[in-house]
Design a binder for this molecule. Structure first.
Ligand code: T46
Length: 279
């Protein structure tokens, strides 16, 4: 993600300092609206949305706050605490503001009027539009794809899938509706089913993460983190406190992914590594 900090020229003399904002000069767009946020209560987050078209510059005129920007691929965190610095929040950037100081006055300079239709407030929808990944109802079409995926000898071994026949698979599929401690989603990328993921053994405070990409051409392009992040969001919505997973010790690519996402090795048993993460 590019660095989006803008430095404004301070005009200072013996009386103090002044900063001015001029559209298409030090503000990189036409200005149609200015608003500010203040009196934000302790531990409150604001934002948590992206705009389809709106561009904004955020200036922390007084006090401080933290802004997290996310373009779907990566995230960057900025401490805003200087009145001569602005943060450009472009369209289609998910943003969250938090850690507001009591005296924080956060001003936003925007290139359009307020329009609720310009907001994307659902993170999954944001990912669908930016990364083209989505998590869908696991229907019969996903069942048919997974039969193909899980019969591939390499995927079968790495996912530790036992032999299965079509009848057992169908029975298992029909049992899904009544399974309370089990969660499954089909993964779509660029409008094509590419894998499945979910949680199993869900109990009071934990669940077991599982997931795989069955279409091998999508291995190694960084999609794995979206499966993990999605499962964490879902686990948090259930009030779970940690997730664990099992991975074959030869599955180096998956182990690297889990370590990168802060899963820690708990123990090794029969060539299977158990990993855990507080969420
Ligand atoms: C953004 C961040 C930085 C209006 O009626 N007019 C306005 O110009 C704005 C900005 C908001 N509103 C209404 C809409 C909501 O009913 O004020 C209420 C609070 O807005 P929201 O929950 O969107 O506030 P924040 O602080 O989460 O987000 C705001 C801006 O809405 C948003 O565009 O990028 O500040």
């Amino acid at each position: 993600m590019k660095n989006d900090l803008l430095n404004f020229q301070e005009i200072s003399d013996y009386r103090g300092s002044l900063i001015s904002f001029e559209e298409l000069k030090n503000i990189p767009f036409e200005v149609k609206r200015v608003y500010y946020i203040y009196n934000v209560k302790k531990d409150m987050s604001r934002g948590l949305h992206a705009h389809k078209n709106l561009q904004q510059v955020l200036v922390c005129v007084k006090g401080s706050c933290v802004v997290k920007l996310d373009d779907g691929m990566s995230q960057q965190i900025y401490d805003l605490n200087k009145p001569f610095q602005g943060l450009l929040v472009d369209k289609m950037i998910w943003h969250e503001m938090y850690d507001f100081s009591e005296d924080c006055l956060l001003m936003a300079i925007a290139n359009n009027y307020y329009d609720e239709d310009d907001y994307i407030r659902d993170y999954d929808e944001f990912l669908r539009q930016t990364v083209s990944i989505s998590f869908e109802t696991y229907n019969i079409s996903y069942l048919n794809f997974s039969k193909k995926w899980l019969r591939d000898p390499e995927i079968k071994r790495l996912t530790m899938t036992p032999d299965f026949d079509d009848e057992t698979q169908l029975k298992w599929f029909h049992s899904l509706q009544s399974k309370e401690n089990y969660y499954i989603k089909g993964i779509k990328y660029k409008n094509k089913p590419i894998g499945a993921m979910g949680l199993k053994n869900i109990n009071n405070n934990c669940g077991e993460y599982w997931g795989y990409i069955g279409e091998k051409k999508y291995w190694g392009i960084g999609l794995g983190k979206y499966l993990i992040e999605y499962s964490i969001r879902y686990a948090k919505s259930l009030g779970l406190e940690y997730l664990y997973l099992k991975v074959d010790e030869t599955n180096k690519r998956a182990i690297r992914l889990y370590e990168k996402n802060n899963f820690k090795v708990q123990f090794l048993d029969n060539n299977i590594i158990y990993m855990i993460k507080n969420i």
